[in-house]
Write a protein that binds this ligand. Structure first.
Ligand SMILES: *Cc1c(COP(=O)(O)O)cnc(C)c1O
Length: 342
C-alpha cells in the first residue's frame, strides 16, 4: 500500500499543467532584473495585496528575513508569537544574520491579541531598554494547528502598532488558506501590514518560491540585501511560472484541503475523543494530542501502516492535508491514528 504522507503541505509535486507552464515560460536574468515571468509574478503579487512592489525569493525563511530586516534596525526588536515560524523554525536567522532581537507573546488558542502585545511594546526606552520596532503576525498559525487570526484582532493589532509608531510584518506562508476559509479579500489583509511574506510552496503546490510584498522603497532595499546573502538568481521565471500557475489553478481548491483535514479530525475524534476537538480545525492542519502515548512511537506505528504524520512535541503530532492526498486518504489516516490512540 503506498504511503499517505500527511507530514506537510510542502511535499506536493508539480502537477502536469504546472510543469507545462514552467517549461514554456519566457525567462531572462533576474539579477539583471530582466526576467519577464518574475516581473509578472511580482506585479501580480503586489497588486493582490494592494502594495507597490514585490520580490520573488527562494524560500519563506528568506522573504521573512528580508521583510523583518526592512522594518527592524540591528539591535532593536520584533515581537512575535512564541510559536512563530520566524522564531522557531528559521534557525535563528533573524538574530544570527539580521542582528534583530525578539520577544515573544503567547496567544491563548493561537489567537493573537492586541492587549497582550500592548503589554510588551517598548518605545522611547532611551539607553536602557531595547526598542520595539515591529510586530510580526503569522496567519495561519502553523504550530497552533493552522489557526486563522480573526480579522478584527488583526485590525486592532495594526491600530495598536500605528498608535506607537511601530511597523507590521505578516508571515503569510498560509495566508491563502485563511483567505479561502474566511473570504476576507487579500487586499484587506494587505492593508494591515508594511511587509508581507507569502509562500507558493505550501498548499498552493509550487516546487519552490515565496514573495515579499511591500513599498517600492522597501523592495529595492530588500533586493540588495537578498543579493548580499547570495540569493540573487538568474532565470527564476521557470519557478515564477509555477507560482503563477498555482495562483490561477490551485488556489480555490484549498477548500478541498480544509474539508479533508476536518475529515481526518472527525475520524480521529470518533475513536480517540481526547486527541482533538474537530471544530478547532479551521484550515488544512490538524495538530493533535497523543495523551499518554509517546508521539514519536505513535508516528512510527502509523508509518508501519502506511500513514505518515510529523511530530511537533513529546505528546503532539501534526497531519496536513494537501494537493497530493484526498478526503478518502485523510479519513483512512484519521482511522489509523484514532485506533492507535484509542
Ligand atoms: C513554511 C513556512 C515558512 C517558510 O518556510 P521555508 O521552508 O523557508 O520556505 C514561513 N512561515 C511559516 C509559518 C511556514 O509554515
Amino acid at each position: 500500500m503506498p504511503a499517505i504522507d500527511l507530514r506537510s503541505d510542502t511535499l506536493t509535486r508539480p502537477t502536469p499543467g504546472m510543469l507545462e507552464a514552467m517549461t514554456t515560460a519566457p525567462v531572462g536574468d533576474d539579477v539583471y532584473d530582466e526576467d519577464p515571468t518574475v516581473h509578472e509574478l511580482e506585479s501580480r503579487a503586489a497588486e493582490l495585496f494592494g502594495h507597490e512592489a514585490a520580490l520573488f525569493c527562494a524560500t519563506g525563511s528568506l522573504s521573512n528575513q528580508l521583510g523583518v530586516r526592512m522594518l527592524v534596525e540591528p539591535g532593536t526588536e520584533v515581537l512575535c508569537d512564541v510559536q512563530a515560524h520566524i522564531v522557531r523554525a528559521e534557525m535563528g536567522a533573524h538574530a544570527a544574520v539580521g542582528q534583530v532581537t525578539t520577544r515573544t507573546f503567547s496567544s491563548p488558542s493561537g489567537l493573537a491579541d492586541a492587549d497582550r502585545i500592548a503589554e510588551l511594546i517598548s518605545v522611547g526606552g532611551g539607553p536602557y531598554h531595547v526598542s520595539t520596532a515591529a510586530v510580526a503576525i503569522e496567519n495561519t498559525l502553523n504550530y497552533a494547528g493552522g489557526k486563522i487570526q480573526p480579522y478584527q484582532n488583526l485590525v486592532e493589532i495594526s491600530e495598536l502598532c500605528q498608535q506607537y509608531g511601530i511597523k507590521r510584518h505578516l508571515d503569510g506562508a498560509r495566508l491563502w488558506n485563511a483567505h479561502i476559509a474566511t473570504g476576507v479579500p487579500l487586499e484587506s489583509y494587505g492593508a494591515l501590514y508594511d511587509t508581507i511574506s507569502v509562500c507558493f510552496s505550501k498548499g498552493l503546490g509550487a516546487p519552490i518560491g515565496s514573495v515579499l510584498v511591500s513599498s517600492a522603497d522597501n523592495i529595492a532595499r530588500a533586493r540588495i540585501v537578498r543579493k548580499r546573502m547570495g540569493a540573487g538568481w538568474r532565470q527564476a521565471g521557470v519557478l515564477a511560472a509555477a507560482a503563477l500557475y498555482a495562483l490561477d489553478n490551485q488556489l480555490a481548491r484549498l477548500a478541498d484541503d480544509h474539508v479533508a483535514a476536518r475529515a481526518f479530525a472527525d475520524e480521529l475524534a470518533a475513536l480517540a475523543p481526547a486527541a482533538i476537538t474537530p471544530d478547532d480545525v479551521q484550515t488544512n492542519i490538524v495538530v493533535f494530542d497523543t495523551g499518554d502515548h509517546d508521539a514519536g512511537a505513535v508516528a512510527e506505528s502509523a508509518a508501519e501502516q502506511g500513514i505518515r504524520v510529523s511530530q511537533l512535541g513529546p505528546r503532539t503530532l501534526r497531519a496536513v492535508a494537501h494537493l497530493d492526498v484526498d478526503e478518502g486518504d485523510c479519513r483512512t489516516a484519521g482511522k489509523v491514528l484514532g485506533s492507535l490512540l484509542a
